[in-house]
Design a protein around this ligand. Structure first.
Ligand code: SAM
Length: 290
């Protein structure tokens, strides 16, 4: 595997995924009862936007940096995301750090919550252990996140938030494996909230993927999309998508608000757009705007 997330740290897709993750964690914490947070593709958890591994934050310039440098944001979800990034920078006394998904979750978990993160590459895994060193409620493990899911589901809490964020180096295989993991996790705990990130590169492939997801999983499924390049452009990554299975109550309404604001902050090409829509039409109202 050649993929290293550091090259992409803090890019627009990371921002989209991380704002969603922070919003999901907040929504889960509206109830006092604890939950298990799972991250199957964790990465190292921390990135230096001033360092060579991130190409000195090259991709973040069109993502996190725009959101962090905006004089103000309106949506509370965007504010919570900004607070989280600043929190990491203060915690490590390093003003250019950017948090990965494991740290974003770890620093939000309450005493009654717990987490498990998996990372396949040994070097990334050791970095992850260092990042999460101070958090007693989160365990990081080196290994294949898909394979280990069965060992922790269903959890004793009977509540779960599962993030699946594959590299899509082999896009078809990764999407197949991710969908299989979603389906088997929901068989083990039908109310588990699952967030599956996917790339938006071309609409034909995407339409096929989404209809397969719809057929494979019966749970209510919300699709969040944010794109900053024309959807048929050949730049590589045109947009970022998240399939949310069993999303929290009214998550669609809030996502409509914060995604529109996020688009305004990130859309420097005027080809951008966003959509919030239910894959199973009976599950909710559609909200889409280009
Ligand atoms: N979720 C991270 C974040 O938001 O900060 C970024 C994850 S990155 C997109 C994907 C990561 O998954 C890479 O670090 C890669 O090494 C790792 N990986 C790939 N296949 C894996 C597998 N089967 N199990 C666990 N980790 C895997």
């Amino acid at each position: 595997m050649k993929y290293r997330h550091s090259f992409h740290a803090g890019n627009f897709a990371d921002v989209h995924k991380h704002v969603t993750l922070v919003a999901l964690l907040s929504a889960m914490q509206r109830k006092d009862k604890g939950f298990l947070h799972l991250d199957t593709h964790a990465g190292p958890g921390r990135y230096d936007l001033a360092g060579p591994d991130t190409h000195h934050g090259a991709e973040a310039r069109y993502g996190a940096t725009l959101v962090l440098q905006a004089p103000a944001v309106q949506a509370e979800e965007l504010q919570q995301y900004r607070d989280a990034v600043h929190h990491m920078r203060r915690a490590f006394d390093s003003p250019q750090l950017y948090p990965g998904s494991p740290w974003l979750a770890a620093h939000r978990l309450r005493p009654q919550d717990r987490g498990v993160c998996w990372e396949l590459l040994p070097a990334e895994c050791r970095a992850l252990e260092r990042t999460l060193g101070g958090f007693r409620r989160v365990r990081s493990e080196c290994g294949d996140g898909y394979q280990q899911l069965a060992a922790v589901l269903p959890p004793r809490e009977r509540r779960c938030l599962l993030l699946i964020d594959p590299p899509y180096e082999n896009a078809i295989a990764d999407f197949d494996a991710a969908l299989a993991a979603v389906a088997s996790s929901l068989q083990r705990l039908s109310n588990c909230v699952v967030a599956l990130w996917y790339p938006i590169k071309d609409d034909r492939t995407l339409t096929t993927w989404l209809s397969r997801a719809q057929r494979a999983v019966a749970a209510p499924t919300l699709d969040l999309q944010l794109w900053i390049h024309a959807r048929d452009s050949r730049v590589g990554l045109n947009g970022s998508g998240l399939l949310l299975f069993n999303p929290p109550y009214q998550f669609d309404e809030r996502a409509t608000v914060w995604q529109a604001e996020l688009l305004e902050l990130l859309n420097k090409t005027a080809h951008g757009g966003n959509a919030v829509r239910w894959l199973n039409a009976e599950a909710g109202l559609d909200h889409a705007s280009a």
